[in-house]
Design a protein around this ligand. Structure first.
Ligand code: ATP
Length: 75
């Protein structure tokens, strides 16, 4: 069966709408908020010297396709 959420995210990455960065580049997580899609954490981005906010999107096969599209549009 097709995994629509995964396909939508992979297409956004291959279209270069979303930048894909290895998760292990981010260290020292601290929860800073909760948004419409889930938790938001502050991280240190190793090698870049930047402090960033990462938004989590809980993806499973039951998630509504429109939620994935909204998330992709927001980022
Ligand atoms: N770049 C950021 N720097 C600091 N805090 C942030 C940042 N982004 C989000 N937050 C924190 O995380 C919370 C949730 O952020 P988020 O943007 O996900 O939520 P929202 O705009 O309220 O809802 P939605 O996800 O529906 O757009 C914010 O209220 C804020 O406290």
């Amino acid at each position: 069966m097709a995994n629509i959420p995964e396909e939508l995210l992979e297409k956004a990455i291959s279209d270069e709408h979303i930048n894909c960065i290895d998760y292990n580049k981010f260290t020292d997580p601290i929860v800073i908020g909760i948004g419409g899609f889930g938790k938001v954490l502050k991280y240190e981005w190793r090698d870049s010297g930047l402090t960033v906010a990462l938004k989590y999107l809980k993806v499973d096969t039951s998630i509504d396709e429109s939620i994935i599209k909204d998330f992709i549009n927001e980022v």
